[in-house]
Design a binder for this molecule. Structure first.
Ligand code: AMP
Length: 591
């Protein structure tokens, strides 16, 4: 078994120097005691733990360092962040927004996004951050499902992504506009308010209302194989897990300069791109720009980043860029590198050890788990290619699967696979604070995610004889492209709204850089002829509506395979695309 051995100096310096000991003694109660709680026993609020509680002792510490697209650097101290988030909370109150109302953000990674996120939580409202590269369809779908009452966005994003569906969003009452004054709605137009104006009109003192740890805090959309996006509901108590897992899996503490490259539109960008580092009182780097290998190395070096959390696709792109680029920068401050979201190739772990001076620590979690569940650790050796082992406080199992690919339900629950190196569904014992509390308006889907006291993850994994977990694939048809989860149904629905398309099926096609890329197959309606023009038109049509989750490849296929009951067999399409064995064809309808 290939192992990257950690030097003793690294082991001793780690914030969790003894994994086995920490697992044996860990309790969520003790982890909760690390939180300060709202004054006078008024409960637990994420924004208080992230901002207000640091102000007395560390008010002058930089909380956010924002690197602008224009090359500027803006430092915001904890004291300043408190004032700004207080103003935002006051603005919501002034607008008549009530506790529990949903506040959506559709913003680039500017300071406004971070202030709006934390101010929303202070006000007791529910934050739902949307990825600003989504097209109008995914944006409208999520705003509709989540019944957003407030949207914070830029004039340009509003015009392009929201205006087309405005009539279908009856719950949306306030659009707060910020950022570039491009052509867009005026402040005077009904329902639109300039964020700057509304913030200027309110004070910077705010008392967080009593917050029950079980009050809803966050709504994060994720995708399944079928149906609409799922809104995973998280509560304020999740902060206990954000904080504890950041120590255990990211080796994060108050003296760190931390950079999480994920956008807050995805769960990593919220749990670890906003909440966890601030609960530790660390300095969080926020980069408005997109991936650029040279600039990223420069950011790591110039800002003396100590802990870096990123994604395999980005690391593969850096590795492709060559070792010389890294050598030109002083990365000596970088102590811990971790990645999440998609399989991390063993070569990249080795590359990182050589080029960045520390191996990448792969870890695993998902929107529903709210926090890191399985990880490689700072003080522990690494088995390149493995996701690592469960965190303290987390019990993981591999379950026998049934014919549908998901955990087999037997009387009394499910069956654990104890033979090492056997594929099964990854399951986690219910009971950690950041486990989602529901899928919005989808109670049955939520209930179906649990059996026998386990949360069923939908991932297929193996556990080796020493308890390390290895990712094998998904039990369903969702696609992971550049670390972003894409539901095939959402893409297929948009393609089928084109007049030429009779039927569509979407798969993830393996790609050396992005892990998978989204590939669509369509059958045409009578009267339409395949050809380059239609091919390009369909891709452009999908791109306009879906944005970053649109298919990159498309093929016309008059014979999409179906089950006898009429469902498209994406799995078979994928096998055909890859030239793999087609498996059991007994349920396939033959044309
Ligand atoms: P999301 O809910 O968008 O964060 O996506 C979660 C999914 O990403 C998981 O269910 C896995 O399929 C995949 N994933 C996350 N981390 C890893 C990892 N370290 N290795 C392989 N797949 C991962």
């Amino acid at each position: 078994m290939e192992t990257i051995v950690k030097p003793d100096s690294v082991r001793r310096a780690a914030r969790m120097p003894d994994y086995a000991g920490a697992r044996a003694t860990f309790s969520w109660g003790a982890a909760r005691a690390q939180m300060s709680g709202l004054p006078d026993g008024r409960g637990l609020n994420i924004a208080h733990e992230a901002v207000d509680r640091h102000v007395a002792a560390r008010g002058r510490t930089v909380a956010l360092r924002v690197l602008g697209r224009d090359g500027t650097t803006t430092d915001i101290t904890y004291a300043e962040l408190q004032r700004r988030t207080n103003r935002f909370a006051n603005a919501l109150v002034a607008l008549g927004v009530e506790r529990g109302d949903r506040v959506f953000t559709l913003l680039p990674r500017t300071l406004d996004l971070y202030v709006a996120a934390l101010g929303t939580l202070k006000a007791g409202c529910v934050l739902s951050p949307l990825f600003s590269a989504f097209g109008p369809e995914p944006v409208a779908e999520r705003l509709r499902l989540g019944e957003g009452r407030v949207l914070v966005t830029t004039p340009r994003l509003y015009e392009r992504r929201v205006r087309p569906a405005r009539d279908t969003l009856p719950a949306l009452q306030h659009v707060l506009l910020t950022g570039e004054p491009a052509a867009g709605p005026d402040d005077g137009e009904e329902g639109f308010t300039s964020l700057e104006n509304v913030l200027a009109a309110v004070g910077e003192e705010f008392t967080i209302p009593p917050t029950d740890p079980e009050d809803t805090a966050l709504l994060h959309f994720t995708s399944g194989t079928t149906g609409r996006p799922k809104g995973a509901v998280h509560v304020h108590d999740a902060v206990v897990a954000h904080h504890a897992t950041a120590t255990a899996a990211l080796d994060l503490g108050a003296d760190d300069v931390f950079w999480c490259t994920a956008d807050p539109g995805w769960v990593t960008g919220t749990s670890y791109g906003i909440v966890a580092p601030l609960t530790h009182g660390a300095t969080l780097l926020v980069d408005e720009g997109d991936f650029d290998a040279e600039r990223w190395y420069a950011v790591l070096a110039e800002h003396r980043v100590t802990v870096w959390y990123t994604a395999p696709t980005a690391l593969r792109m850096l590795a492709k860029h060559g070792a010389d680029a890294a050598a030109r920068h002083d990365l000596s401050a970088l102590r811990h590198v971790a990645s999440v979201g998609e399989p991390l190739n063993a070569e990249v772990v080795r590359w990182s050890a050589d080029v960045l001076g520390t191996p990448v620590h792969d870890n695993w979690w998902q929107t529903e788990t709210g926090a890191i569940m399985i990880s490689n650790f700072a003080a522990e050796d690494i088995r390149p290619g493995s996701m690592g082992r469960p965190l303290p406080g987390i019990e993981a199992a591999v379950l026998e699967r049934g014919p549908d690919g998901r955990a087999l339900r037997v009387e009394g629950g499910v069956r654990e696979l104890t033979t090492p190196d056997t594929d099964g569904e990854l399951a986690l014992r219910v009971g950690w604070p950041s486990l989602f509390r529901g899928y919005l308006h989808a109670d049955e889907r939520y209930a179906a995610s649990f059996a026998g006291g386990w949360y069923l993850t939908g991932d297929v994994v193996r556990r080796d004889a020493d308890g390390w977990f290895w990712f094998a694939g998904r039990a369903d048809d969702v696609i992971k492209t550049a670390g972003h989860l894409v539901g095939p149904f959402e893409v297929e629905s948009v393609l089928m709204s084109h007049p030429a398309v009779a039927e569509a099926a979407v798969i993830g096609k393996p790609d050396p850089m992005a892990g998978e890329l989204v590939k669509a197959f369509v059958t045409l309606r009578p009267g339409w002829e395949p050809g380059d023009a239609l091919h390009d038109e369909l891709l452009a049509f999908a791109r306009r509506r879906l944005g970053s989750v649109a298919p990159k490849e498309l093929a016309v296929d008059p014979h999409l395979p179906h089950t006898r009951s009429g469902k498209i067999l994406r799995r078979l399409l994928k096998a055909r695309e890859l030239g793999l064995p087609e498996g059991d064809l007994s349920t396939v309808e033959t044309p």
